[in-house]
Design a binder for this molecule. Structure first.
Ligand SMILES: [Zn+2]
Ligand SMILES: [Zn+2]
Length: 112
């Protein structure tokens, strides 16, 4: 059995001691920050960008500049974006279904 070295949490002033560089609480916080600031590989490919652009174009053709709303009523919006219904960060599939929302709704969805 390997010897486990205990260390203090890497976050200054956090007194927690554990085997990992960060305590469970700060690890969770950092992971969440990492997920929201670092795009997953699948979102960076040309094909994926085109797929999203096509989803937005298709949505506009059917509904116009209209956001379906996330936890709020549908409303007019010109800054529509397509994003995964199940975020890849939440183990959604990179090629999974897309959902069109305005940027504001999309970011509040990301906060959930
Ligand atoms: Zn900590
Ligand atoms: Zn919206």
């Amino acid at each position: 059995m390997a010897r486990i070295t205990k260390r203090v949490c890497a976050v200054p002033e956090c007194p927690a001691i554990q085997a990992e560089p960060r305590c469970p609480k700060h690890r969770t916080e950092r992971d969440r920050h990492y997920r929201t600031t670092t795009p997953t590989k699948a979102t960076r490919t040309h094909a994926e960008r085109q797929r999203r652009a096509a989803a937005v174009a298709d949505h506009k053709r059917k509904h116009g500049n209209w956001c379906p709303g996330w936890q709020r009523p549908a409303h007019p919006a010109t800054d529509l974006t397509a994003d995964h219904v199940d975020a890849i960060a939440n183990s959604g599939r990179p090629d999974g279904p897309l959902q069109v929302l305005c940027r504001a709704c999309n970011s509040s969805k990301g906060d959930r």
